[in-house]
Ligand binder design. Structure first.
Ligand code: HPA
Ligand code: ZN
Length: 326
């Protein structure tokens, strides 16, 4: 897809992007060579050709397998820097970047190297890339809550520079209610709270993320359109939804962009932003997503401006910093 100059787009924030999901095939091969890791593909083009997914599960399998190349703090720094370089070109002025601590601990990579590598780049992102950043630790729904609690405690004990927590990975069979203790502890610690909900799962997961986890923001949340009462409520409460339309199509949660519930969410008055999720895996950074959605759904200039404004309004930035962006 093509990329326009940032000046042709309204400035925006990106609130839903997994740093591990920004791994370009070329960088994967570079890191594999550096770390002596073998990838089961002959070259980057073959790896990219494998980015064809039947569902969330088949994506998570490859996404997790590719993490094998991320071994050192320098690898995480390079990954983060590459995303910020590309995001700046997309017109992103503020990014709230998730990472999956449990995925790396399971592979024997020390938490300090993961956090240290990412944070070393985020610390100077505004000066280096013109992008302010916040970091979110995302926990796996398909792992036991005690595991997540242990990792959260370690993040807090080491004063990891995280603004908040999230919840990701497989949704079906792992309802939000499993993580009430995790979210309560995060809340007590003064952390902000987002959660993937209603991506492949039902609208009830969105409601439970709000009521049981006290999530302040919902990642995806597209199933909300199936519950008119909930739709009315989240519009009234202006709960931010970080929607990723290209991801939803590529993971077949939605058959096509033209059938995406984004217009229904906008129509209902929700605070919706558009995001990339895992850009190389889905073939679209956030500017590409913006272009694809605009073309498929015929969004007006005003609607696109409202989506860009919502990306700042739904952020975890302090109010005065949000206002400065609007
Ligand atoms: N959903 C759940 N888990 C994820 C995703 C997603 O879209 N991307 C990376 N991990
Ligand atoms: Zn996601």
């Amino acid at each position: 897809m093509t990329t326009s100059a940032p000046s042709s787009r309204p400035p925006r924030a990106e609130l839903h992007v997994h740093v591990e999901g920004t791994l370009e095939p070329g960088l994967a091969f570079e890191l594999a060579a550096r770390n002596g890791v073998a990838l089961p593909y002959p070259d980057p083009a073959s790896l990219r050709a494998a980015y064809d997914f039947a569902d969330l599960g088949s994506f998570l399998e490859l996404y997790t397998a590719n993490m094998a190349v991320l071994r050192t703090a320098a690898d995480f720094a390079d990954l983060t820097r590459a995303y910020l370089t590309r995001a700046a070109r997309a017109g992103v002025r503020h990014a709230e970047i998730s990472f999956d601590p449990q995925a790396h601990l399971a592979r024997g990579v020390p938490l300090e190297d993961v956090v240290g590598g990412i944070a070393s780049v985020l610390a100077t992102s505004a000066a280096d890339h013109g992008v302010s950043t916040l970091l979110i630790a995302s926990f796996h729904r398909d792992k036991p809550v005690v595991d997540a609690l242990d990792v959260l405690d370690r993040l807090l004990a080491t004063r990891a520079p995280i603004v908040g927590i999230g919840l990701d990975n497989a949704e079906i069979g792992y309802p939000p209610g499993l993580f009430t203790d995790l979210y309560a502890r995060a809340r007590e610690a003064g952390l902000r709270r987002t959660a993937h909900a209603g991506e492949e799962g039902p609208a009830a997961n969105v409601r439970d993320a709000l009521d049981l986890l006290h999530a302040e923001r919902i990642d995806h949340g597209i199933a909300v359109v199936q519950d008119p009462d909930l739709l009315t409520r989240v519009a009234a409460e202006q709960v931010p939804f970080t929607v990723c339309p290209v991801s939803n199509v590529r993971l077949r949660a939605v058959p096509s962009l033209t059938e995406h519930p984004l217009p229904a969410m906008i129509e209902a008055g929700l605070l919706v932003s558009i995001n990339s999720d895992d850009p190389p895996y889905f073939g679209a950074y956030v500017d590409d997503v913006d272009d694809a959605v605009t073309a498929a759904l015929g969004l007006t200039r005003d609607q696109r401006a409202a989506l860009a404004a919502a990306s700042f309004q739904g952020s975890f930035l302090p109010r005065d910093r949000v206002v400065a962006h609007l």
